[in-house]
Design a protein around this ligand. Sequence first.
Ligand code: UDP
Length: 455
Amino acid sequence: MSKPHILVIPYPAQGHVIPLMELSNELVKHGIKVTFVNTDFTHKRIMKALQEKCVVGNEIQLVSIPDGLQDGDDRNDLGKLTEALFEVMPKKLEMLIEEINKSLSNKITCIVADGNLGWALEVSKKMGIRTVAFWPASASLLILFFSLQKLIDDGTIDSDGTPAKDTTIQLSPMMPAMRTTEFTWACIGDMKTTKIMIEAVKKNNEALKVAEWVICNSTYNHEAAAFTFAPEILPIGPLQASNHIEYLAGNFWSEDSTCLNWLDQQPPHSVIYVAFGSFTIFDHKQLQELAHGLEHSNKPFLWVVRSDINNGKNEIFLKEFEERVSPNGKVVQWAPQKKVLGHPSIACFLSHCGWNSTMEGTTNGVPFLCWPYFADQFINETYICDIWKVGLRLDRNSGIITREDITYKIKQLLHDEEFQIRALKLKESAINSVKEGGSSNKNFKNFIDWIKACV
Ligand code: UDP
């Protein structure tokens, strides 16, 4: 029997490439060949970040196609990027598949597309290829998207996404309460971006109907009510390939591993890990307030400050800060986050609550301080603080998160051991779900069997 050959295609953002790469690593462990399609821009970034550490002999073949934008265009403008992808990529993807399929022994047997790329699912269907959607965020977010038309019909929001009033709703009992003004499409950029996003969600909802599987990086225990509400979404998380093999992570920035040696020198459960994912930006004043809060916490801290987090505006401040706080505090541009969160010296995670970070923190039993920035991060914060009760919110009512609130909440979180106890319970259930016989493990095994039967 010939080998299954899966084409995997993520939305071109760091928080999408990483979990789909993680999934690809899992697939190759099961003897499946993977062709991973990035945009040209993302591909170049990953190659640059890898430097000399290119993983050789990996079964994942990296290829790329254009994203429809020009070199200097702003790819953090999600509206513009989403529109450009839709214009150019479906045709390019089709051409790529035709090219690969010229080799009869190497034909694509299945496409696993990011659930945010409805057009890729349509290309797959049009070409008569088996189709799977991978959802890189919470199942609850996907349910919110599936509920878009209902929310418009019942007047909760206008057709352009504007909420009728600032209130909270629950899509089903026990699912997180969502504030209408914090619906993902309403806090992703300007009005134009919201409109583009609403249209994209509608198209994706339609396209997702052709997917034979909808899988996601979550667990039944993390989102019990969501999976009861939408049993067609199957959790296979937490994705764990990175724990087992020399794997390709798909980082956009080079990992600074020196922080692992630094962590080795810190007492157990003492370090505050501070990271805001790949998108969050800070204004000048807020960045300085955070720095002072960390400094005054009197705890060791590891802080990821990406080169673009503040458009280089705080360079001198940060340089002096680093000199002043070293060796108690360490600043890096990009950390090996999963390894950091698994390190015994970590006490808590000050996070923007991106879904990957949320899964990684909970899988390692680390309590959170929540500082959501945009998109689905507010839903994830609700999970962390109100449903799992493994973290605390920072107070953003005054428009700025103050140093006093940061130091106060760090103390509160670390002094109340109930947070740690609940976090360890959630970790245990997450780990159990991917063990032999666990619920995610069963879903994943069924999925692999199906892929193997598709050849
Ligand atoms: N990440 C990392 N090193 C860092 C910061 C983040 O490897 O210094 C990874 C993190 O482990 C996660 C991803 O980047 O897998 C960020 O995804 P998330 O959904 O948390 O946030 P986003 O970047 O999408 O806002």
